[in-house]
Design a protein around this ligand. Structure first.
Ligand SMILES: Cc1cc2nc3c(=O)[nH]c(=O)nc-3n(C[C@H](O)[C@H](O)[C@H](O)COP(=O)(O)OP(=O)(O)OC[C@H]3O[C@@H](n4cnc5c(N)ncnc54)[C@H](O)[C@@H]3O)c2cc1C
Length: 320
């Protein structure tokens, strides 16, 4: 039976939804799971794991882990995997994990598969991931004798109910040392947004060139505020300098899979679809009935966004 190690990301003392998805997957497969938590608050956050069937966690409760440093994290996580004896390692396919785990895999001389949308932990461990901007998917199995590292896209696996809280034994990881590092993060300037990051958001309202100019993103911000959404964008408007690249969705932006994706004035180019076609429900608002986005949309509204979006905002205000 596989022994699973889960790289559990957390924020403000709460396990992230992606971590809960992985914990639920291991629990429902009846596997013994251990978790790794890095950063200030790791010890107290780790106690939440008991309700998800985890009885032991490896924690680096140290401010030296608060900023991601590839060298420090790769050394620490590779050692934690070795110490745990895990043969399967699960992490959310976040920007950080996609940078970190290939380094970890190289240190352990093993294999990593990222951006997966399906996972099977029963019997042989297998995963499935999109290829060629989502035009097809590939089933992946492992031939490595080392730990199998799988990075799952967020919002792909169901989160079960938390069970009864129980104690979690903590094993402390060595504090990070900065001596001999090639790079050192001096400061991180956080964005001002209070909203969830796109990759974690349950609802996304994304805008494209149909908005005509940067100021019109206010329409999307108003809609997003009412329904608790995060605002995203197509590359066309990022390239135009209307919005920052941090909110770009697509092949060269972020990959998202929210419960609801509202595409406003976005044509639906293949490179955009590559980043959002895993969304559960897609609503497209476009004045061109032949726009490719409608082929992916669950619901399509053919109309002028300058009329449709304010009307939607008013309706949401009335019912929420
Ligand atoms: C290598 C590569 C990587 C790329 N990566 C990405 C990526 O990561 N993400 C990405 O998004 N793109 C990416 N692109 C760009 C992509 O090909 C498209 O150019 C881009 O997605 C188009 O953005 P858009 O839909 O906002 O603009 P457009 O294609 O110009 O579409 C605007 C839409 O708005 C509609 N519209 C106009 N006015 C209104 C109105 N009043 N009401 C309603 N609808 C209206 C139009 O009918 C049209 O469908 C990439 C391209 C390349 C070559």
């Amino acid at each position: 039976m596989s022994k699973v190690l889960i790289f559990a990301e957390f924020s403000h003392g709460q396990l992230k939804k992606g971590a809960l998805e992985l914990l639920s997957a291991a629990r429902s497969a009846g596997l013994h799971a251990t978790a790794v938590l890095l950063g200030t608050g790791a010890k107290t956050t780790a106690q939440q794991l008991g309700a998800w069937g985890v009885s032991e966690a490896l924690v680096g409760d140290n401010a030296g882990f608060d900023q991601y440093n590839p060298e420090i994290f790769a050394t620490t996580v590779a050692q934690a995997i070795k110490d745990s004896g895990a043969d399967v390692v699960l992490a959310s396919s976040t920007m950080m994990a996609r940078d970190l785990f290939p380094r970890v895999a190289a240190k352990l001389d093993t294999a990593v598969v990222g951006d997966c949308t399906e996972l099977s932990l029963k019997g042989d461990v297998t995963a499935r991931r999109p290829l060629f901007s989502g035009k097809c998917t590939a089933g992946v199995s492992f031939t490595t004798s080392g730990p199998k590292i799988i990075l799952m896209r967020a919002n792909q696996l169901p989160v079960g109910d938390a069970g009864t809280a129980s104690a979690v034994a903590l094993k402390e990881l060595p504090a990070p040392t900065t001596g001999g590092l090639g790079t050192l993060v001096k400061a991180v300037v956080k964005g001002t947004s209070e909203k969830l990051d796109l990759t974690e958001a349950n609802i996304i309202v994304a805008g494209g060139r149909g908005l005509k100019e940067a100021a019109n993103f206010k329409l999307l911000n108003d809609l997003a505020d009412v329904c608790g959404a995060t605002v995203g964008a197509s590359r066309a408007v990022v390239d135009a300098g209307w919005v920052p690249h941090t909110i770009q969705v697509g092949q060269t932006g972020k990959t998202v899979a929210p419960s609801l994706y509202i595409a406003v004035g976005i044509s639906g180019a293949i490179q955009h679809l590559a980043g959002m076609s895993g969304s559960k429900v897609i609503v497209a608002i476009n004045k061109d009935a032949n726009a490719p986005i409608f082929q992916k949309a669950t619901y399509g509204i053919v109309g002028d966004l300058f009329e449709v979006v304010p009307a939607l905002t008013q309706e949401f205000k009335a019912i929420l």
